[in-house]
Design a protein around this ligand. Structure first.
Ligand code: SF4
Length: 324
């Protein structure tokens, strides 16, 4: 899903294994205690349960829920929710992501676009985020199906603001054109981490420069009409200078919205990279300012920030309206 909705681990400690997988001598488990500011609980209440039941009845999946995102109540009560399309199994295996992986996932559900539109129309949402797994098994990487989901929603609710958090579609122009033609309001694609760490953190098919190329194509093909957004995780061993450079790379291709949040290891399995550091909230404040200095129109920066965090913030809604 090219997104870092990885706020799943709500325990007070993160455990990580040093050394190579499956080597008995190297399976020492270290614990990096979560600092005080990071202790949180997944809150479930009647409101979230209602939305959750509705999604289940349409055979839909919400990333907010499956990732046990700690911001779920805050976002849903503000009228934002993130839906995941094209199944729950990804063709890629990024080392920070809990989504299941398979070379040949089940076929796409042709009813999904209409089901999604029906479910969304029965909720009182102002802003919807649609995301997906990567589908390298499909000729257009699933962009055509993604575009149908956008169209079905826009047909039913022309006023609803639609943000799509898309895979890189391997920066294929024809695949990206399909998304552009469906006219989402915001296209988001995350670089996830700094360039140096990309090879170790993301699936081998996901390249830093390829992500930049894809983001640049949305602006080019929509002649600047589509607002682009990107995000990254910290706490993976990146330096401040590398974060600055990532912001610059994104601004150089015209990305306007930026999110930055703490990486959390989904589980203790060795396939997931360990947390190197819990970044202090003061550093997030610094990154926020750095982002505005770099020229982003909106920056969300903080330990719990995820790509879709408060996506409907009034500022973004106004920015979109001013473009229509
Ligand atoms: S494995 Fe990578 S590409 Fe697949 S859903 Fe997770 S982050 Fe996205």
């Amino acid at each position: 899903m090219t997104c870092f909705e990885n706020g799943t681990n709500t325990n007070n400690t993160i455990r990580f294994t040093t050394g190579q997988p499956n080597q008995k001598n190297n399976d020492r488990i270290d614990q990096l205690a979560k600092p005080e500011w990071f202790k949180t609980k997944f809150v479930q209440n009647k409101f979230t349960e209602h939305i959750s039941a509705l999604m289940g009845s349409y055979n839909l999946h919400s990333v907010c829920e499956s990732a046990h995102c700690p911001n779920i109540h805050e976002c849903w009560s503000m009228g934002t929710a993130t839906f995941m399309v094209m199944g729950e199994v990804c063709t890629r295996g990024c080392r920070f992501c809990a989504i299941k992986t398979m070379a040949q996932p089940p076929p796409l559900d042709p009813n999904e676009p209409e089901n999604l539109a029906a479910a969304v129309s029965s909720l009182n949402l102002k802003y919807i985020v649609i995301t997906s797994v990567a589908r390298d098994d499909l000729e257009d990487d699933g962009s055509g199906h993604f575009a149908q989901c956008i169209r079905a929603i826009k047909r039913k609710m022309p006023q609803l603001i639609v943000e799509v958090l898309v895979p890189d579609f391997k920066a294929k122009k024809f695949a990206i054109q399909k998304i552009v033609d469906a006219k989402p309001d915001v296209v988001s694609h995350n670089v996830e981490t700094v360039e140096r760490l990309t090879r170790n953190i993301r699936d081998i098919r996901a390249k830093y420069r390829q992500s930049l190329e894809a983001l640049a194509l949305y602006r080019e093909l929509s002649e600047g009409k589509i607002i682009t957004k990107s995000g990254m995780m910290v706490g993976l061993g990146e330096t401040e200078e590398e974060v600055r450079q990532t912001m610059k790379d994104l601004r150089d291709i015209g990305v306007e919205l930026f999110t930055i949040g703490q990486y959390l290891r989904p589980t203790q399995e060795v396939r997931y990279v360990p947390v190197k550091e819990y970044v202090h909230p003061d550093v997030f404040k610094k990154y926020e300012q750095m982002g505005y200095d770099a020229g982003f129109k909106y920056v969300a920066s903080g330990p719990f920030v995820r790509s879709s965090y408060k996506a409907a913030e009034p500022f973004i809604a106004n920015l979109i309206e001013s473009r229509i």
